[in-house]
Design a protein around this ligand. Structure first.
Ligand SMILES: [Zn+2]
Ligand SMILES: [Zn+2]
Length: 182
């Protein structure tokens, strides 16, 4: 059970930039699980990571697609569970998972969790958060895929999908880029 003031503890236990973006973050599977690094998959993963962050969840593994079980951590109580993104993105079920904090506390906790949100990326290894960054990262990704440069593929996918306090800004930049290119 979480009390007011405990949220910082919950956040510090969850794998935000520290774990996922650390030494093990050089594997493509950290960001995409069973999916190739296509523009479409990377876009879906970036939007999914932003959406679950907004709803108080953190990825514990690469985005696997919307109808494959995804290991995620509930940021309200710290529990690790397997969930489908197709359910998570609709905030279903409303009780989140068995044993979570009472529903009456969810909106308070979401507000408390939103304190970590940033407009710009503060991470040691940066993420793409502006339309220009995102456009460059996607171009770099396409180039790296063509050259079969795995290290650069992983670096671009990481910049576009890795956990970051600015995931919402990044998703907004990706959406802006999409609508500009239509
Ligand atoms: Zn929970
Ligand atoms: Zn970042």
């Amino acid at each position: 059970m979480i009390r007011p003031g405990d949220t910082a503890t919950v956040i510090s236990k969850t794998p935000l930039t520290g774990t996922v973006d650390g030494a093990i973050g050089d594997e493509l599977g950290t960001y995409l699980s069973g999916l190739g690094p296509t523009l479409r998959n990377v876009t879906s993963a970036a939007l999914a990571v932003a959406r679950i962050d907004e709803l108080g969840w953190a990825p514990l593994g690469g985005y696997p697609g919307s109808d494959v079980l995804w290991p995620v951590a509930c940021l309200m109580c710290g529990k690790s569970v397997l969930r489908f993104y197709s359910h998570l993105r609709r905030a279903r079920p409303a009780m989140r998972h068995r044993g979570c904090v009472p529903q009456g506390q969810h909106s308070y906790l979401l507000t408390a969790l939103s304190a970590h949100i940033a407009d710009t990326c503060p991470c040691r290894r940066g993420h793409a958060t502006t339309v220009d960054d995102v456009a460059q990262a996607f171009e770099g990704l396409q180039r790296a895929v063509r050259r079969d440069d795995h290290g650069q593929v992983v670096a671009r996918v990481r910049a576009l999908t890795g956990p970051c306090p600015a995931t919402a800004a990044r998703a907004g930049a990706i959406r802006a880029l999409q609508s500009a290119s239509k």
